[in-house]
Design a protein around this ligand. Structure first.
Ligand code: S3P
Length: 187
């Protein structure tokens, strides 16, 4: 399929990039965290505290299966831990082109340090936690990715331009397609 799937660590900007790309490419956007929260009628934090991380990971896999079954091609933003399951990586490949938004631990920390909504970072030393998680995850993100885009110190426009350019190089977008961004009201 020809979904554009955004992966990467917490704070790398998957949700925001997803929304901006959806205006640019005039495709709908889905976010696995939001999809799960809506389906469950509970926040991610509540799901983690009531069903544990394992319960949440099952929901992520079920969500990917449902999106695949729907047959719709869109932009898909994913939770930071989703690619860690091999089964999920296979589903991501079936869904389409996987774009890894790469961020350093320091930059991720700056972006998420005041956030109470990410259960994995509610601990005494979130920066150490981020470093440990990224050490584990970085090789997996890389292996899973068709396209890698660095986000540290770059503004949104630059990031979007690089994604679009690389999607074209990969034959995932027509070369000459006009990509005038529409406002949310017009889209
Ligand atoms: C998680 C990242 C979160 C969310 C959950 C677990 C992770 O999504 O899925 O808190 O394991 O990295 P974001 O990457 O959108 O923050």
């Amino acid at each position: 399929m020809n979904n554009i799937v955004l992966i990467g660590f917490m704070g790398c900007g998957k949700s925001t990039v997803g929304i901006r790309l959806s205006y640019k490419l005039r495709r709908s956007v889905e976010d696995t965290d939001k999809f799960i929260e809506k389906k469950e009628g509970r926040s991610i934090s509540r799901i983690f505290s009531e069903d544990g991380e394992a319960g949440f990971r099952e929901m992520e896999t079920a969500c990917l299966r449902e999106l695949l079954r729907s047959g719709e091609e869109r932009i898909l933003a994913t939770g930071g831990g989703l690619p860690m399951r091999m089964e999920n990586r296979e589903l991501l490949k079936q869904l389409g082109c996987v774009v890894y938004l790469r961020i350093s631990p320091e930059c991720a920390y700056e972006r998420v340090k005041n956030d109470q909504e990410r259960p994995l970072l509610q601990c005494g030393d979130p920066l150490a936690r981020i470093r440990a998680l990224l050490d584990q995850r970085e090789p997996v993100y890389r292996e899973c990715a068709d396209i890698i885009v660095d986000v540290d110190g770059r503004d949104m426009e630059e990031i979007l331009e690089e994604i679009v350019e690389k999607l074209r190089e990969n034959g995932r977008l027509p070369k000459e397609e006009s990509l005038k961004e529409e406002s949310p009201e017009e889209a």
